[in-house]
Design a protein around this ligand. Structure first.
Ligand code: FMN
Length: 215
């Protein structure tokens, strides 16, 4: 009987989150849950957004949470640029489209749900760094803070490397990157599309076997 109780308890704990909730509202149902853990477990990359503009106060809070991330030596070798201009986003999209003409990348623009190259988000946060051994880690932690803060405020996000890489590699990207006005020696590393979500993606499976306790 005792073994049965233990097995039931382990079963409940390993379920992690209650699975009878919509993907975006999953709640933890073991004893070790709180709002932070629920936010972590409920965050998903969102690639469909409402056109509703985001209140600037919310963006302010999200980026402030970003700069409170842990970073090596507290050197803060990072910069943040927030683009809310639909004109900028549309022009960047048109430039990327033109650069992709005749290449396999062109196909993505024919998707009927396609709105822009930032996975359809109405605003984009660019994170740049002064490259050194630790700064990509710093920027990743910053992005993580921002995405969780956004989720906790009812916003969706998607972290993206490809639009930044496209602009760094294509001549057409230079003027857009320049317009972000990163300081001398800094360059963009990644960006985060952000907005009110218009989809509730299910969690992608995670491989728990990567975790091992060393005895
Ligand atoms: C460094 C980094 C770069 C990424 N680049 C892209 C990207 O260019 N385009 C995209 O749609 N998603 C991108 N993603 C999102 C991942 O595809 C996504 O996080 C992953 O599939 C797990 O899904 P989840 O975020 O919903 O848990 C990126 C994520 C990270 C952390």
């Amino acid at each position: 009987m005792k073994n049965l109780f233990i097995a039931m308890a382990i079963g409940l704990i390993s379920m992690g989150c209650c699975n009878n909730q919509p993907a975006s509202q999953q709640k933890c149902c073991d004893d070790n849950c709180n709002q932070v853990i629920e936010t972590i477990m409920a965050r998903r990359s969102v690639r469909a957004y409402k056109d509703t503009p985001i209140e600037k106060e919310l963006l302010d809070k999200v980026v402030e949470c970003g700069i409170y991330a842990a970073n090596a030596l507290n050197a803060q070798q990072w910069e943040v640029r927030v683009v809310m201009s639909q004109e900028w986003i549309n022009m960047a999209t048109e430039a990327a489209k033109a650069a992709a003409k005749g290449t396999p990348a062109e196909a993505q623009y024919n998707d009927p749900s396609f709105k822009n190259i930032f996975r359809n988000a109405p605003a984009v946060i660019f994170i740049g760094h002064k490259p050194s051994a630790y700064t990509p880690v710093d920027c990743g932690l910053m992005a993580g803070n921002m995405m969780l803060a956004a989720k906790s405020l009812g916003l969706g996000t998607v972290c993206m490397a490809s639009p930044v890489r496209t602009f760094l590699q294509q001549p057409v990207g230079a003027s857009f990157l320049e317009s972000l006005e990163f300081s001398e020696g800094f360059e963009p590393l990644l960006c985060i599309g952000i907005g009110y979500p218009d989809e509730e993606p299910a969690a992608k499976p995670r491989n728990k076997e990567v975790i091992k306790y060393v005895e």
